[in-house]
Design a protein around this ligand. Structure first.
Ligand SMILES: Nc1ncnc2c1ncn2[C@@H]1O[C@H](COP(=O)(O)OP(=O)(O)OP(=O)(O)O)[C@@H](O)[C@H]1O
Length: 949
């Protein structure tokens, strides 16, 4: 873009997108690395300018405006913004193109200066808060940089860069806009939809001639050149990454696609002021020298014209040359003035240019009122006389010319046109030839197309109407000049030196929809016997008709052989006006002079008398016919006025129909556009058709797989159901087991308690037995001691033997008793251990059961989820997912099997538990029996002891 600007191309960047998507962020941004396009472009321009050669110069001005609720406001003219909300308007200038009179432009000399100015402008911008953006731009903002690069050789490249931050498209339902916000939103959406329509029309334009509705909104009117003309234009599409903004994002992208297809026609804006000036100087010099020759000839009493070249050319030069030279000199002076301005300070030049533009684009309100009044009068007084009409049209023409002058920049041209518009004195007879006419034409039309040629739309705004009327007039005038120039040059070509002069007095009658170009031709038709002009005759002729005749005549003439016709243009005029040419009159005279015979004189006189009589009759008949004709003309005028009213009504209806047709055409174009897109897509579709065929067959096999998968899933469902029922059974079994285990635990606990009590009782019995044993031992000891005493006194071998046996048995008994006791202790500890084991096993079992329950719940949840997934998958058959589900199903089956194995193990464990308990109880019983035996033996032993003596 920077290099385009340096090469003299106009640029435009506009940011488009929904509200809050980042348009302002992209165009202006904030400080540092977050700065947007604008500061970066300006930096680039100044950097490039610094790198240019010293003799080159860059000049830059900036303007900032906003379009708020269809009103243009200058953001750099704070006074206007805050004081009276002064609105600006868009004008189409014949040479400058789209202009906004009153918009201030600030000269720039540094990057910092630009940023300051731009931010000052942005402070005045309309910003509001909506539900979608806390600082939402409520207006379209346009930053315009005009740059011109002047090279050392005078070559100038000028460009204009627009940076446009559009307001975001928004939906009232989402932004929550009400009141003023809603109104702003409506204006924003209107401008954006006009932008879209302009784009559609631009696309349609390639085929048929269309007029995009640029004037329907201020935005498109201002950006007309950027959207369809001389500009390199870029669109930045801002979109939101959020899924809720899907619709807006899609519509932005569709708009993007259309914008991408619009083609603009950018041309480099280059000029060389020095070259133009030099050319003008050369031409002026040449004309001055010719004038000097002509004056010298005139001073010398005429002399022989042929000695200085063409007498006719000299004659024309002597009469009109001064005017031409004066005009050219005037033009030259203006160019000099312009170049002086260019050489002077840039600011002064800028101020002067602005003043000129404002002056040229401002129309006096009185003039508008007068013009409107005259138009109304003209419409109302359709039946007025021709004379009144011509007076009124003369006045109107004058006003229209004044308006026309307002639109031209060149004062000299304005004067000429005004002179041309006056129709009552000698100055009106303007002879136009070659260069001057061309200059006038180029000054009137410029290098641009005439405004009237560009568009043909209905306008309600009076100022607009004035502009267009003036443009229309300018166009008519240009046409008239063109025709005059051609007529004159042809007349010059076909006439001979010494032939009568051709003077054209153009009349331009302008009506809203037609241009009538006629001219009065002076034919020096009446001569006295000495060949002197008695009076000049004026004939009104259609310029176009005249031009055609002259062209025919010129085509029939071989250049250099002027002898065939005395004066071809005279013949042409005579043909047009229906009069005899001088040559014909002369021929008739010659015929008469050569033919008369004395015998015929009387007859001729009689014939002449008869002819005179006939002529008188014809004259009276002509008078009658003329009076009838005037009546008919009046009636015709009335009819015409009625018809024109009728036509006006029909026109209005046609316009309404046209507007309807217009909207239908827009729709049609959109459809055509879509059709075109569809056709393009169709081409891609045909490429994809083969692929689609392959996919279809693949789909068929996928269908088969899907049905197989569905069957599999149904099986899986069935197996899932059976698994579930199994699971239910297992759960029921588990709970029954849990209940049985609980009961067994309680019963075992009670049993263990009972046994404990018994053991305690047995241990008490054992204690008692031990006490009795101790007693028996003490008795035994006492008996032994008594036996020893007895032995000592009277030894008894048997008794001693008995005692020894008893002692042995007692020791054995003691030993066995100790063993029984230790066995009972071991049994007790074993019992305690068993009780601990039992309680541990019960706790572990409970824990395990809870875990299992939890697992089963998880499994049942998972099964439910899997079933739902399976259902969804069945609805959308996709092989991979089905396989995944089958895998999950297999895993679940595996887990169920593991669960079953675990449950079985627990079942086994719970089966083993009572057996070990029973063996423990049997051991206890055995120990108890042994203890009882020991006790019985002990008792028997005690009984068998000899009584103490
Ligand atoms: N790329 C980004 N990085 C960081 N912040 C961003 C970005 N784009 C936008 N933002 C932030 O999002 C918010 C809205 O952005 P911005 O005002 O530029 O949106 P907008 O399209 O101009 O909206 P509107 O049309 O309503 O004016 C701002 O606060 C801006 O700083």
């Amino acid at each position: 873009m920077l290099s385009h600007a340096f090469d003299g191309y106009n640029n435009c960047v506009f940011a488009y997108g929904q509200t809050g998507s980042g348009k302002s962020y992209s165009v202006v941004g904030s400080a540092g690395d977050d700065r947007g396009l604008l500061p970066r472009i300006v930096e680039g321009l100044f950097q490039k300018s610094a790198a240019m050669s010293k003799d080159s110069k860059m000049k830059m001005v900036v303007s900032v405006m906003e379009i708020y609720n269809e009103e243009i406001r200058d953001l750099l003219n704070i006074q206007a913004v805050s004081a009276s909300q002064k609105k600006l308007d868009v004008r189409l200038h014949p040479t400058l193109g789209v202009t906004i009179p009153g918009l201030t432009e600030h000269p720039l000399d540094s990057c910092a200066n630009v940023i300051t100015i731009v931010h000052a402008g942005l402070d005045n911008r309309k910003v509001g808060s909506t539900a979608m953006n806390a600082s939402s731009s409520r207006s379209h903002c346009i930053f315009t940089f005009k740059t011109s690069f002047v090279e050392p050789d005078g070559n100038t490249k000028s460009s204009q860069t627009h940076l446009v931050d559009l307001a975001g498209s928004e939906r009232a339902s989402r932004t929550g806009a009400e009141g003023d916000r809603l109104k702003e939103g409506a204006a924003i959406n209107k401008a954006l939809s006009t932008l879209a329509r302009v784009i559609y029309k631009e696309l349609a334009k390639a085929g048929v001639r269309k007029n995009p509705p640029f004037r329907d909104s201020k935005l498109t009117h201002v950006l007309k050149e950027a959207l369809a003309g001389n500009s390199k234009t870029v669109m930045v599409a801002a979109i939101s990454p959020s899924a809720v903004d899907y619709d807006e994002t899609l519509s932005t992208m569709q708009f993007c696609r259309q914008v991408k297809m619009v083609q603009t026609k950018a041309v480099a804006n280059t000029s060389n002021e020095k070259g133009i000036e030099a050319e003008l100087r050369r031409e002026a010099e040449m004309l001055r020298s010719k004038l000097a020759i002509a004056e010298a000839n005139a001073g010398a009493g005429g002399g022989d014209p042929s000695s200085t070249g063409s007498a006719h050319v000299d004659e024309v030069l002597s009469k009109y040359g001064r005017g031409k030279v004066d005009l050219l000199v005037q033009k030259l002076e203006q160019t000099e003035q312009l170049s002086k301005f260019y050489g002077a300070s840039y600011d002064e030049w800028l101020a002067e240019e602005k003043r000129k533009i404002q002056k040229s684009a401002t129309v006096d309100p009185d003039q508008i009122e007068r013009f409107r009044q005259q138009q109304a009068n003209r419409e109302d007084d359709g039946s007025a006389s021709e004379h009144e009409d011509s007076d009124a049209s003369a006045d109107t023409a004058k006003d229209e010319f004044v308006l026309c002058n307002c639109l031209t920049r060149e004062a000299a041209i304005s004067d000429t046109i005004e002179t041309f518009a006056r129709g009552d004195d000698e100055t009106n007879r303007i002879s136009v030839t070659g260069p001057i006419a061309r200059e006038l034409l180029s000054a009137l039309g410029g290098s641009r197309a005439l405004p009237g040629e560009e568009e043909d739309e209905e306008v309600d705004d009076p100022q607009d109407l004035m502009d267009r009327a003036a443009a229309h007039k300018t166009k008519a005038l240009a046409q008239c000049w063109r025709s005059c120039v051609e007529v004159e040059s042809l007349a010059l070509r076909v006439s001979r030196p010494g032939a009568p002069k051709l003077v054209l007095i153009p009349h331009v009658a302008i009506r809203p929809d037609e241009i009538d170009l006629t001219c009065e031709v002076i034919v020096s038709a009446e001569y006295n016997d000495d060949g002197e002009v008695i009076r000049e005759l004026f004939h009104r002729a259609q310029l176009e008709l005249l031009l055609k005749f002259l062209q025919d005549e010129a085509a029939g003439l071989n250049e250099g052989e002027h002898g065939t016709y005395d004066n071809a243009w005279e013949i042409a005029v005579a043909r047009v006006t229906g009069r005899a040419t001088r040559a014909e009159v002369k021929k008739m005279q010659a015929d008469l002079s050569t033919a008369p015979r004395p015998s015929d004189v009387g007859r001729l006189g009689q014939t002449t008398e008869e002819l005179r009589l006939e002529l008188a009759q014809q004259q009276s008949a002509t008078g009658r016919i003329e009076s009838e004709a005037s009546d008919t003309r009046a009636a015709h005028a009335r009819l015409v006025s009625e018809e024109s009213k009728e036509l006006q009504r029909e026109c209005n209806m046609v316009r309404r129909l046209e507007s309807m047709a217009e909207s239908q055409t827009v729709e049609l174009e959109m459809q055509q556009f879509q059709l075109e897109a569809a056709r393009r897509e169709g081409a891609a579709a045909s490429r994809l058709r083969a692929e689609a065929q392959a996919l279809r067959s693949e789909l068929g096999s996928a269908e088969l797989r899907r049905s197989a998968a569905r069957r599999g899933s149904e099986d899986a469902h069935a197996s899932g159901d059976s698994l579930r029922s199994e699971l239910g059974v297992l759960q029921r079994e588990l709970s029954a087991m849990r209940r049985a285990a609980e009961e067994a635990r309680v019963a075992e606990g009670q049993q263990a308690e009972r046994e404990l009590r018994m053991l305690q009782q047995q241990s008490g019995d054992a204690q008692r037995l031990r006490g009795e044993l101790d007693q028996a031992r003490a008795q035994l000891a006492a008996a032994l001691s008594a036996v020893e005493v007895i032995d000592a006194q009277e030894p008894d071998a048997d008794a001693a033997e008995l005692v020894r046996r008893l002692q042995r048995e007692g020791a054995a008994l003691r030993k066995r008793c100790g063993e029984a006791l230790s066995e009972a202790g071991a049994l007790r500890s074993e019992l305690g251990e068993l009780q601990r084991e039992l309680s541990d096993a019960q706790a572990a079992e409970c824990q395990q059961a809870e875990q299992e329950l939890r697992m089963l719940q998880c499994q049942s949840d998972e099964t439910r989820r899997l079933r739902a997934e399976l259902g969804a998958l069945c609805a959308q058959p996709q092989g991979a997912q089905l396989a995944a589900v089958q895998r999950q199903l297999a895993e679940t089956r595996k887990r169920l099997k593991a669960q079953e194995a675990l449950t079985e193990a627990h079942r086994e464990a719970s089966r083993d538990l009572p057996a070990s308990f029973e063996s423990a109880m049997a051991a206890i019983d055995q120990a108890r029996q042994q203890l009882e035996q020991a006790n019985a033996q002990g008792a028997a032993g005690a009984k068998g002891l000899p009584r103490r003596r």
